[in-house]
Design a protein. Structure first.
Length: 38
């Protein structure tokens, strides 16, 4: 795994940040659905 680079966000990071938020929200939804047995 490559090393993480921490730096201030720029306008060019918008798509990557949006995609990451979508993945995290989906993972949270999947976790809640699994715990409820759906």
């Amino acid at each position: 795994m490559p090393a993480c680079e921490l730096r201030p966000a720029t306008q060019y990071d918008t798509d990557a940040v949006y995609a990451l938020i979508c993945e995290l929200k989906q993972a949270e939804f999947d976790h809640h659905a699994f715990s409820r047995g759906l």
